[in-house]
Design a protein. Structure first.
Length: 169
């Protein structure tokens, strides 16, 4: 995963590397590929993503499908977390996803998510110095192209150092 860390860093300042990151993520996460998720902007502590208004993302009434919107919430928060955490040292795994739907999506949808260095220190690094794992709640909203709120989601991630991960055989 060192290539991913490098690509995430370069995508913050280069349109070419952002395209390359989007292409790579579609290959690394095949479940998401049909949705056509796109990272529009990536910065040190923020991300903006898009769910396109295309036929394969429609529900039966030609609105954006509820599961595609929920998956965009997971994708957006997860990418920002992995862009800041060393994947060789930390494992992140989805624990719980709660979403409230406010309005039907009839255009492209965008999620914007932002954290701070202080948030990472207070919620991840310091607690992991005393515990094996932490749960962090990431609250993210998705809006349509006019700025109307479509969804509000709480994405609960478990973060753990790989040295503390135990697997059953």
């Amino acid at each position: 995963m060192p290539q991913l860390k490098s690509l995430l860093g370069k995508a913050k300042t280069s349109a070419f590397y952002l395209w390359l990151l989007n292409t790579g993520l579609n290959r690394m996460i095949p479940f998401n590929k049909p949705h056509g998720f796109k990272i529009l902007e990536l910065h040190d502590y923020s991300i903006r993503t898009q769910l396109p208004y295309i036929k394969r993302n429609f529900n039966h009434i030609k609105g954006l499908h509820a599961c595609a919107l929920a998956t965009l919430s997971e994708f957006t928060t997860g990418v920002l977390l992995i862009s800041r955490l060393d994947s060789a040292e930390y494992r992140i795994i989805l624990k719980k996803l709660e979403i409230e739907y406010h309005y039907q999506g009839k255009t492209h949808a965008e999620a914007h998510y932002e954290l701070s260095e202080e948030w990472f220190n207070d919620n991840i690094y310091k607690p992991l110095s005393e515990k094996d794992a932490v749960l962090v709640n990431c609250e993210v909203d998705i809006k349509n192209s006019e700025g109307t709120l479509l969804t509000s989601a709480n994405v609960l991630w478990q973060i753990k150092k790989w040295s503390k991960v135990k697997t059953k055989s």
